[in-house]
Write a protein that binds this ligand. Structure first.
Ligand code: FES
Length: 108
């Protein structure tokens, strides 16, 4: 399993998110209470940029139509306009590790 540096901790304060690229994938890193999580960055509905959404606890809300994803697992918890059960795909989730000030993720 190979980890790649994608950001530094100072770039993503608690409660914030950042979109990063790993190979051809756009991945969103979220800081939940000092712990970092990585999931697919484009909403599985119509590719809304999740890093521009709102993070409440461990749930990000898509800025386009309001789908919600758990950033700790990538699981969709609500569909567009908050519909449940969500009829959209889950986001992939990625392993994250922090080394010093570096945030690294692995695709496998
Ligand atoms: S693009 Fe995210 S809810 Fe539609």
């Amino acid at each position: 399993m190979s980890f790649v540096k994608v950001a530094e901790t100072s770039e993503i304060p608690t409660g914030k998110m950042k979109m990063v690229k790993l190979e051809k994938s756009e991945i969103m890193i979220a800081n939940v209470n000092g712990k970092y999580y990585a999931i697919g960055g484009k909403c599985t509905h119509f590719k809304g940029d999740l890093s521009k959404g709102t993070l409440s606890g461990n749930v990000v809300t898509c800025p386009r139509h309001g789908a919600k994803f758990d950033v700790t697992t990538g699981k969709a918890v609500a569909g567009p306009k908050g519909s449940t059960p969500p009829k959209i795909k889950d986001e992939p989730s990625y392993k994250v590790k922090v080394e010093g000030k570096d945030i690294l993720i692995s695709k496998t």
